[in-house]
Design a protein around this ligand. Structure first.
Ligand code: 5RP
Length: 278
């Protein structure tokens, strides 16, 4: 790794504890106005101070995020299909690496579709993304996308994560599963856990804690934060867990202590229910 790439990686994974708290707010690239992110700026601005890195699309960063932001930006650079498409996750490269550089991104995140009919296209595209990142000193994160017919288990996620690493990923983002330590052991590059669909706060905190215990460097979490009863309190609780070694019980206590009284669960929409498919 060159100096620039090491520097960018150290902005994502904090050198003081080797941990990373990414806020994933890229969902609109295939889900449109996802529940909790309908008004992107209103939802995301209050969360930014607590995130180590913001993971979003270039369109939302440009139109909704203040360029004076201190937080590193990781750009979602895959897409091309929507939740309405039968070939959801048949994605291609959506951002030229030079535009990612112009936006001062620390890296890019691309979904590989291992096990789907179009896995070859996405793995070859991801290899190009890695080549571009090597050329310009950016960090390439592979997201192990999971189609609705595939099981989120250690066998599948281990296969997808290892394939991502073999093709040069600097970071792998994958889902939590039973025997997650096996997924981590077989993947020689840092793993961040994706949160998945909204579950009760204590379950999301326990899942993140277990992922860290199994060797993940952190999380790239979205819906379990921005769809929480109180997104800021949840973001801060996850931060306690990642950077202050809080247990799930302590982090939940922190969430409850900091939750605004009267905060209500977000209403469900069709888009939110559709997220169960991915
Ligand atoms: C979608 C993504 C999301 O960023 C990822 O799923 C993380 O968000 P969540 O915690 O809501 O699952 O990569 O493909």
């Amino acid at each position: 790794m060159g100096w620039g790439q090491k520097n960018r990686l150290s902005r994502i994974i904090k050198p003081k504890d080797g941990r990373s708290l990414m806020l994933a707010v890229d969902h609109g690239y295939f889900l449109g106005p996802t529940t909790g992110l309908e008004n992107f700026k209103k939802a995301v601005d209050p969360l930014i101070p607590y995130a180590d890195t913001l993971f979003a699309t270039r369109g939302m960063i440009r139109s909704c995020v203040d360029p004076k932001i201190d937080t590193p930006i990781m750009l979602r650079n895959s897409g091309g299909t929507s939740i309405l498409n039968k070939e959801l996750l048949h994605e291609g490269i959506t951002v030229d690496i030079k535009d990612a550089l112009r936006m001062n991104a620390v890296g890019v995140g691309y979904s590989i579709a291992v096990g789907m009919d179009w896995e070859r296209d996405t793995i070859l595209d991801f290899s190009k993304v890695v080549d571009d990142c090597e050329k310009y000193g950016l960090v390439a994160m592979a997201v192990t996308a999971v189609g609705k017919d595939l099981t989120k288990d250690a066998r599948y996620l281990g296969l997808a994560s290892r394939i991502a690493a073999e093709h040069g990923a600097h970071i792998v983002k994958t889902y939590y599963c039973k025997d997650f330590d096996k997924v981590v052991d077989a993947c020689p590059v840092p793993i961040v856990m994706a949160g998945g669909k909204k579950i009760p706060e204590i379950e999301a905190l326990t899942m993140a804690y277990n992922a860290i215990q199994a060797g993940a460097v952190g999380v790239d979490m979205g819906r379990n934060i921005f769809q929480s009863d109180d997104p800021v309190a949840m973001m801060r609780a996850v931060r306690e867990l990642i950077h202050k070694n809080a247990t799930p019980k302590e982090a939940l206590q922190f969430f409850n202590d900091n939750k605004k009284s009267g905060s209500m669960p977000k209403k469900s929409t069709i888009a939110a229910d559709d997220t169960k498919k991915v």
